[in-house]
Write a protein that binds this ligand. Structure first.
Ligand code: JCF
Length: 674
């Protein structure tokens, strides 16, 4: 194919691609679909193949250098990269703000209603990127603050960092400082890939970002999902006059650099404290790790007055979250038997405070994990607690391993019922096959059966379940419905009143719904959503029990694996027996009717939530939609039926409009519910 493109057209196409990248990465509002971008990119590549002499360093095709480096060279920062002081409590925040106010007053400034530019503190690697005449020419790690390493080739592989600045009002020289991170979703994907390709698995996103930037081969860095957020500037030539730090951030964003969208200008100590709380609340759901927030006095003139203590500015500080990782010693390794017989090794730890919570146990997941990490009794280990999830052992500090440790061996018999453990094909976990005749599985099954989302038996807590099983009063979920007050009151720490309460709770639970009943059975892979699907579509228990795999797979969101689990469960005579006994005990539910009477107006509709909701919380909106029969997913595609958009909806809204998908608001959901 001969090219019909002029050099000017080539340059326009290149600029067009850079502009689309800016809308995608910086504004988070893509203007074209990914596939269209790819087409333009391929076109650019074709032109460049025909005219290699046209290619310049700012082409999006030039992000990955051919040659690996022999080593990193040192770069002296034209302006030192600062560090930050820390505060760890509300009291220390008060001190920080008061110290600033006092210094400003001494300098003759009024410190009433001091504004701060507040931002999340990303847990990545600080870098400085230098642009000359709009072109990215150099990038360096922070190093010791005055000298870092030249990582230019690696930085250029990060798609969200512009190779050329936007517009034509950029300064001759601009140094941008910011943090390189690996987003959590990318980190999970990368580690999964690494595991199956014998590549290094990283302990956390920060290490992954650091390891990726220190790759001598930029081709490898290019394959790592890195992101960058700018938070300040170094040298600017010629000097540029700004009044506020927040203006500087808006300016670098307008030049095409990503700035975190959670940044906010807040007023005084109270504004800072509120921001800290709000970011802390969102922490678990963010797509990147953060270890606190940063406050910077917004007014640059005040920053000048306040100055520095050694390398840290007086006008800024990091307000740290309590650490979520800590080291401690493994005192023992036990194995736990789960509801479905899964055998999970658990490290019993010397108690340690991790992010404000006292941790004494941490999961080791399964045999493969424990072997990979080679955790042994006596080892010093890193323990991590992320959000609400169970604490896990991240890695062993080998330098501290005592001389006489032994590798941990998984048992070959169930520690509770002594059955021989099995490993099913394609599964990483060992299982105890004994079902409800294994006391551990019986206890966990009953806890699940009685749980809030299941039969919701008021007054039946975990401890009581264990007592009921240990005393022999309960050998299956159905036995709960045959308990007598006298027997329950005879258990340790049980008075007559609490025995009555329990029996009342059990009695109350008899009236339920088909979906809850199915969920309570604890069939593997059958959670709330699948139970609801089975109930809504098949409408009665007999049909659910009699369905074969093929017909189950016709139902929405039920694939081969789930269908197999369901038929396998109902094929087991003991399970049929338990169900018959439960029904005989009087468990009942109203008939599942056709989706009329406003009940299931959205049956099988796929809805995506986006933007900030004001009437409902996200969780509630999701629940309501599911109650109406809808399936709530997170990304917009041709399969989406509705996009429910709140305030400031971004790329998902744009995509919905592109795909002509109906966009609705919260009032629509309210109307549905009425
Ligand atoms: O997100 C960060 N890790 C972060 C580090 C954010 C900032 O605004 C920083 C920083 C280190 C130094 N600002 C300075 C001055």
């Amino acid at each position: 194919m001969s090219s019909q493109f002029s050099r000017t057209e080539y340059q326009q196409l290149k600029q067009q691609l850079n502009e689309h990248a800016y809308h995608y990465y910086v504004l988070d509002e893509p203007q074209i679909a990914d596939a269209q971008y790819d087409q333009l990119y391929q076109q650019l590549l074709r032109i460049e193949q025909q005219h290699p002499d046209w290619v310049t360093q700012d082409s999006p095709t030039q992000r990955v250098a051919d040659q690996p480096l022999a080593k990193f060279t040192q770069i002296k920062h034209a302006q030192p990269m600062l560090s930050l002081g820390n505060v760890f409590s509300a009291e220390e925040l008060t001190d920080f703000v008061q110290r600033i106010s006092k210094l400003l007053e001494q300098a003759g400034e009024s410190s009433n209603s001091l504004s701060f530019s507040a931002e999340p503190k990303l847990d990545g690697l600080a870098v400085s990127i230098r642009y000359e005449h709009g072109h990215l020419i150099q990038a360096a790690t922070r190093g010791d603050g005055s000298t870092g390493e030249d990582i230019t080739a690696n930085i250029k592989t990060i798609q969200s960092i512009p190779l050329v600045l936007r517009g034509d009002t950029y300064p001759d020289v601009l140094e941008v400082r910011g943090e390189v991170v690996m987003p959590r979703d990318g980190f999970a994907r990368y580690n999964q890939w690494a595991l199956s390709h014998d590549e290094k698995v990283f302990a956390n996103p920060r290490n992954a970002a650091a390891g990726s930037l220190r790759q001598l081969d930029p081709k490898k860095t290019a394959q790592r999902p890195l992101a960058f957020y700018a938070y300040s500037v170094g040298v600017i030539e010629p000097r540029h006059e700004f009044e506020l730090h927040s203006e500087v951030l808006a300016w670098i964003k307008s030049l095409g650099l990503p700035v975190n969208h959670l940044n906010q200008v807040v007023q005084g100590e109270q504004g800072c404290a509120k921001f800290y709380q709000s970011i802390g609340d969102q922490r678990a759901t963010l797509n990147f790790d953060i270890d606190g927030v940063v406050y910077k006095v917004d007014k640059l003139q005040y920053q000048d007055i306040l100055g520095f203590v050694t390398k840290a500015p007086r006008w800024a500080t990091a307000h740290k979250f309590p650490a979520e990782e800590a080291t401690t010693v493994v005192e023992n390794i036990d194995v736990q038997v789960g509801r479905t017989g899964s055998i999970t090794p658990v490290a019993r730890l010397q108690a340690v405070n991790v992010g404000g919570v006292n941790v004494t146990n941490a999961t080791l997941h399964n045999e493969d994990e424990i072997r990979r990490k080679d955790v042994r009794v006596g080892d010093t280990v890193f323990v991590r607690r992320a959000g609400d999830v169970i604490p896990e052992v991240v890695k062993v500090v080998l330098a501290k391993r005592p001389a006489d440790t032994q590798p941990f061996m998984m048992p070959d018999h169930c520690p509770v019922c002594d059955s021989v453990l099995l490993k099913l094909e394609g599964e990483a976990v060992l299982r105890c096959p004994a079902g409800l005749s294994c006391d551990a599985q019986l206890k966990e099954s009953i806890k699940h059966f009685a749980s809030r989302k299941g039969m919701d038996i008021e007054g039946l807590g975990d401890k009581l379940v264990e007592q009921l099983v240990d005393s022999g009063l309960v050998n299956s979920p159905a036995d709960l419905y045959h308990l007598s007050e006298v027997k329950v009151a005879g258990l340790a720490r049980m008075a007559q009143k609490s025995a009555q309460n329990l029996l009342f709770g059990i009695e109350q639970s008899k009236t339920t719904t088909l979906a809850r009943f199915i969920y309570s059975l604890g069939i593997r892979e059958v959670g709330e959503a699948t139970a609801l699907t089975l109930a809504n579509h098949l409408k009665n228990l007999t049909d659910i029990m009699a369905s074969d795999q093929e017909s189950l797979q016709q139902l929405p969101d039920i694939g081969a694996v789930v269908a197999a689990r369901i038929t396998q469960y109902f094929a087991v005579p003991e399970n049929q027996q338990v169900i018959a006994e439960l029904l005989a005990a009087g468990i009942n539910w109203p008939a599942v009717t056709e989706p009329s009477a406003g009940a299931l107006l959205l049956v099988d509709k796929v809805v995506v939530l986006t933007g900030k909701l004001s009437v409902f919380t996200r969780a509630d909106a999701k629940k309501h939609l599911q109650q109406l029969g809808a399936k709530v997913t997170s990304s917009v595609s041709a399969k989406t039926d509705y996009v429910l958009a709140g305030e400031n909806a971004g790329s998902k809204l744009t995509k919905a409009q592109e795909l002509n998908i109906p966009v609705v608001d919260e009032a629509w959901l309210q109307a549905m519910l009425n």
